[in-house]
Ligand binder design. Sequence first.
Ligand code: F6R
Length: 616
Amino acid sequence: MCGIIGYIGKRQASPILLDGLRRLEYRGYDSAGMALSNGHGLEVIRRAGRIENLRKAVAEINPRGEVGISHTRWATHGAPTDANAHPHKDESGKLAVVHNGVIENYQQLRDWLKGEGHTFSSETDTEVLAHLIGFEYDGSTETDPIQRLVGAVQTALPRVKGTYGIAVIHEDAPSVIVGARLGSPLVVGLGEGEHYLASDVSAIVTHTKDVVYLNDYDVVTISRTGYDVQHVEGGAARVTVSRVDFTEDEAEKGDFPHFMLKEIYEQPNSIRNAIRGRLSKDEGTAILGGLQMTQQELRQVDRIILSACGTACHAGMVGEYLIESLARIPTEVEIASEFRYRNVPTTKDTLQIVISQSGETIDTLAALREAKRKGLKCLGIVNNVASTIARETDGGIYIHAGPEIGVAATKSFTSQVAVMTLLGLLFGRIHHLSSTDGLELIDELEAIPDKISQILAQADHIKQIAEKYAHVEGMLFMGRLNNYPVALEGALKMKEISYIYASGHPSAELKHGVIALVKPELPSVFIAPHDAVFEKNISNIEEVKARKGPVIAVATEGHPNIEKVADDVIYIPRCPSSLSPLLTVIPLQLLSYYVAVARGCDVDKPRNLAKSVTVE
Ligand code: F6R
């Protein structure tokens, strides 16, 4: 949430900052701004609204400077206005800060600073941080201003409660940018005679692939020629240079109108990447070296807790079905934001698995830390290999889905489900699953990518259905067993990108209350593949039809009878019921996408949302 990019080098900073902000826009897009240092003071430009507004202002003003910091905002404190946009200056006006995260004690600090004679021009917590660092900056001595700036950051930050990823510049020290992190990601990009600071590598990947991911409590100073990382309390910090493993093309839309559509279409490949090299046909099992667990440790696991948020949580719910049915290990899903404040009973052999595309979701990270505090073994199912969750887990499985930029998660869901199938298979084979059953599952899993391609080939048909229903005010999504989480996911997708109110339910729950909503203007989407509860789903569809509710059904090919009860049908290829969520979710992703497009919504940047939720 929120994006930061800073640049120091020999080139004009503003085009580099604008390009970086464009790549980070999915992290927040309600206002944007930049501060440039050119040896004659700081120039700050801020605009409410999309980055395009900032771009126009920069084009008019043409600010000069080879050092700059910039920010695209997802508002936490204060409305999205010019005044609340970052960067914020301190009392002297000589220091500017951009910030991701939340300063929880900002009100106390603000009151105290007011008592010290400071005046504020915004409602943000970030301005308080700028004033606090400015307060600690000693401008009265002749000592090195760079040391004084770093010292001010190191003195100010321990007074702050909350999370931050920051970049700071000061008029007196125009040859450096100082950054720091606690709970919000920050990465240093290494170049020749230039350096970068960003909240996400996608902002800088066109310029450099060599990066240093900062850890919590790091304070970094970047200059044209180098960088220095210290602990916030002083002393050198541990530094590892990493090589970014994706190309700039992966982070571009290419010929697709939206990232979301591109990522929906990437799913045959992203699933192949998730399972590649992880299947043993000889043994009918999965090979998951990244778990860092011995056979003995795996065999001892007697309970699994899956923790995640949003779409990742829905993937976890599918995982619960998979692991329980394949391995018979009691598994439950705990919404990460609840788990962190609950006292969930665990056994000494409980395994905690957190699931996160970004690896930075603050609630999921907090659930992980809570589980570690309780002594649980913790694994991660993560996409972003350089993320905090990836680093803090004891082991795990990378989903290798490539960058997911569309705010609405799509390919990460199917890849998470695919790797949980592998996990279920591995645990199953350690317990009672036969090698024949294991091999059969492997063959079926390997066939999934081509089956997804067959569904994608029906995009025009799904688009027509979407256009037929695009005007409605609400939608119900129904599914049973492992397709109940898919119903939740379909409803979430519909809500977040088309702003149509939607809710997901187990189909049979309909008659316990939800059916009161059914009317001709409210369509219901039934996920009804040919499985053990197919007939039951048909009865539920009949109940809706009897009340004149329109029905869209997602069904398995070869069962055309469903056309007698449903108004519109989208067929998926046959597959074992345990794997059907990998297929049934695809039409729902496309349906929400085309509904959103038909309603003129900004699919990749839905209202009020941002990707990678790094605030609580
Ligand atoms: C929905 C969506 C969110 C995320 C959730 C968790 O489309 O994108 O619900 O799934 O914020 O994000 P990660 O997986 O990054 O932890």
